[in-house]
Each structure stands twice: as structure tokens, then as C-alpha cells.
Design a protein around this ligand. Structure first.
Ligand code: PLP
Length: 403
């Protein structure tokens, strides 16, 4: 008898590590050097663990071999609480959940919230874990349009049109992955206004909130809408460059008297997975209280800014390629002009690029973008590697899909 996957997985996709990566690994096993520009994993590109974080992890390693509190280490939750207090967002330690990365907390938040057929408004393009987590929880991700012509800002009218009586939540990814858009307060007021009018839970994924370029500033959604329940997600993977530690937090901000049943559900799920990785939880306080962050890398002369600039300039030099310059995060999401490149299947396009030039990027439809005319590239490699990569992408595109 065949062992088949459950039907729950029918609409669950995560293409960032999908079949294209399988092919990249096959090519690597055959002796090719592949430049993998698919994941936002700073350590893979020579970004070190900030020393104070490492020291804290090591100092606490010996005492971290037991299970801990299901919601997380008290000292770390206190650090998260104080961090949001400085941003004008009052919290209690009970409002903070620590997880094995934001990824685990996103899945818990959706599992606890959704019944079959419930809808969640998710941006398109999105970080695809959100759509996958909604689907796995029995819900339907209803994608709202972000408008490339308007620097990838969410189209508020489109969101409003898509609200139904099954809509339970809206997801905001700010700074955005894959587009790099950073929302100003007016946009956040527009988004939270929709949530307020329709009684939606707001899920605000702010994992790139310190990776900002060109003077962009970040406002936490919870600070804009203190009267709404805003689940705020953040963690150590990007700002502190320790993605492998698998450490993140979710803060349940705003009023919650009406949500005691939901919060009980979250607590059941937290209890079921016992606790998050203990050594990494110690690093949270060290990260939030110290000067371990990414600011030096994104200011003029900083490595991340230089790399974003180099990759952007080279990409937009390729005929038929345009790109909104990202104001935050670690990616570029360029567009291939459909009048120049007649691409029907963008996953096939990135597979062809991989085989021809040994460079792995992720196709735009992998981010729930509806047309096969974009791809995402990470801006984490050094300028020399990025220059070589984008030059090879240009060489590959020359003549590709033009007939
Ligand atoms: N949210 C966004 C927008 C991301 O880009 C990522 C990782 O790339 C995550 C969440 C997952 O982060 P973590 O490593 O904390 O699980």
C-alpha cells in the first residue's frame, strides 16, 4: 500500500527550498560550484555571530540542557517586554511567546486561530511561509495586491474588496520580503483601519525591522494601533544574523480581554511543543540589550548597503529588467519585462538559469506572485560574488524567452 501525504498538504508550498534546490544539490554532488542566492541566511555569506551573543550562549550552555517554560525563559521574555516598552508598546511577560524561530510561532498563531474555510488576508508577493501556514491550518490565504508601480505598497482598495465574513486576520510583512518595501505610518494606519472596521486580528511580521536603507524608518504596527490585538513577530535570524540558533518571539500586543479563548489555544500549542531551544533563548536578552545589531552594516559604507547598491545597479542595467529599489530587508525582486521575455513558467526559467550559469534564485510565483515575470535574489554575498552572479544572470537572459 502506498504511503501518501495528507490532503492537508494539498496547498502547502515552500519553493525557497523546493525542487530547484534539489536540482542545485544534485549539481553540487556532481562537482559543480553553485552560488545559492535563495535563502536569507547571513551566516552562509560570512556574517559572523555577534561576539556578545555567542558568549552569552556559551556561558549558558551548561545550564540549558533541561526543558524550560513553554512560553520561554523569563529573562528573555522580560527583555522582549522592555524592548517594546521603549517603543511605546505596553506588554506583560505573559504576552510574549518564544519559539524556534519566527517560523514556529507563525504556524502556532495560525493553527490556534483558524477553522476550516476561514480566510486570512496575505500580501502578494509574500514570504510564502505565511500562505503555507494558513493552508496547513485549514484556512484560505486570500492574497491582496502590492502595487509595484507604487513602490510595492499594499493596495488598500483591493484589501477592502477582499474582506468577507470568513476573514479572520490580515498579515503585514514590514519591511517586506521579497520586495524590500517599508511602510510609512499612513500606510500602517490604512492597513490597521481595515482591521479595525472588520474586527480582524493583525499579524505583523517585523523580522527585518532593523535592516533599513536610505534613511528609512520602521514603525511597529502595534504602536500605530494600540486599540487592536496585533501579533508582532520578530527574532534573531536577520537583525542579529544567527538564523541557525532558531530563536524568535511573538508579542501579543494591545487589548486581549476579548481573546482569552485564542490565547488559551496558543498556550496549548506552546505546551505541546514543550519549549523552544533553550541555549538560544539566553541570547535574546544579550541581543536586545547590547549593540549587536545590524545598524553598522546598513549605513553608508556598511556591507549590506554596498551589496544592495551593487546588485541593484547591475540588475537594472540588464535590458528588460526593472526593479524597485528596496528600502529594507535582504532581497531584490526584479521584474522581467514580459514584452522582452516571454516566460510562461518562471520555475523552469530559474531551473534553466541554474543549469546554465550555476546560480540559484527563486522564481516570483514561489512568493505567490500571480505572473511568471519576477525572481528574487538575496543581497547577502560580497560585492564580487554579487557582481559575478548578476553578470551571469544578464548573460543567461540575453536571448532567453525572446521568441
Ligand atoms: N518572516 C519573514 C518575513 C522571513 O523572511 C523569514 C525568513 O526568511 C521568517 C519569517 C522566518 O524566520 P525565522 O528564522 O525566525 O524562523
Amino acid at each position: 500500500m502506498q504511503v501518501t501525504q495528507s490532503t492537508k498538504l494539498a496547498n502547502v508550498c515552500y519553493e525557497i527550498r523546493g525542487p530547484v534546490l534539489d536540482e542545485a544539490m544534485r549539481l553540487e554532488a556532481a562537482g559543480h560550484r553553485i552560488l545559492k542566492l535563495n535563502t536569507g541566511n547571513p551566516a552562509a555569506f560570512g556574517f559572523d555571530c555577534p561576539p556578545a551573543i555567542l558568549e552569552d550562549m556559551l556561558r549558558n550552555l551548561g545550564g540549558s540542557h533541561g526543558y524550560g517554560d513553554a512560553k520561554g525563559l523569563l529573562s528573555a521574555r522580560r527583555a522582549v517586554m522592555s524592548h517594546y516598552e521603549t517603543k511605546g508598546i505596553p506588554l506583560s511577560v505573559e504576552d510574549v511567546y518564544l519559539g524556534n524561530g519566527v517560523s514556529e510561532l507563525i504556524q502556532m498563531a495560525m493553527q490556534a486561530l483558524l477553522d476550516d474555510g476561514d480566510e486570512v488576508l496575505v500580501p502578494a508577493p509574500d514570504y510564502p511561509l505565511w500562505t503555507a501556514a494558513v493552508s496547513l491550518s485549514g484556512g484560505t490565504a486570500v492574497h491582496y495586491r502590492c502595487d509595484e508601480q507604487a513602490d510595492w505598497m499594499p493596495d488598500l482598495a483591493d484589501i477592502e474588496r477582499k474582506v468577507t465574513d470568513r476573514t479572520k486576520a490580515i498579515v503585514i510583512i514590514n519591511p517586506n520580503n521579497p520586495t524590500g518595501a517599508v511602510y510609512d505610518d499612513e500606510m500602517l494606519r490604512g492597513l490597521t483601519g481595515i482591521a479595525r472596521r472588520h474586527g480582524l486580528v493583525v499579524c505583523s511580521d517585523e523580522i527585518y525591522d532593523k535592516i533599513l536603507y536610505d534613511g528609512a524608518t520602521h514603525t511597529p504596527t502595534a504602536a500605530i494601533a494600540p486599540d487592536l490585538m496585533v501579533l508582532t513577530f520578530n527574532g534573531m535570524s536577520k537583525n542579529y544574523r544567527v538564523a541557525g540558533y532558531r530563536s524568535g518571539w511573538m508579542a501579543v500586543c494591545g487589548p486581549k480581554a476579548h481573546a482569552s479563548s485564542y490565547i488559551e489555544g496558543l498556550t496549548i500549542l506552546a505546551n505541546m511543543r514543550l519549549c523552544a531551544n533553550m541555549p538560544a533563548q539566553h541570547a535574546i536578552a544579550a541581543a536586545l540589550q547590547g549593540r549587536q545589531s545590524v545598524e553598522a552594516l546598513v549605513k553608508p559604507g556598511g556591507r549590506l548597503l554596498e551589496q544592495r547598491n551593487a546588485a541593484y545597479e547591475l540588475l537594472v542595467d540588464i535590458p528588460g529588467v526593472t526593479c524597485v529599489k528596496p528600502k529594507g530587508a535582504l532581497y531584490l525582486f526584479p521584474r522581467l519585462d514580459p514584452s522582452v521575455y516571454k516566460i510562461k513558467d518562471d520555475r523552469q526559467m530559474v531551473l534553466d538559469l541554474l543549469r546554465a550559469e550555476k546560480i540559484m534564485v527563486v522564481h516570483g510565483t514561489g512568493f505567490n506572485w500571480h505572473e511568471p515575470d519576477h525572481f528574487r535574489i538575496v543581497t547577502l554575498p560580497g560585492v564580487a560574488d554579487l557582481t559575478a552572479a548578476v553578470t551571469r544572470i544578464g548573460r543567461f537572459l540575453d536571448g532567453y524567452g525572446q521568441h
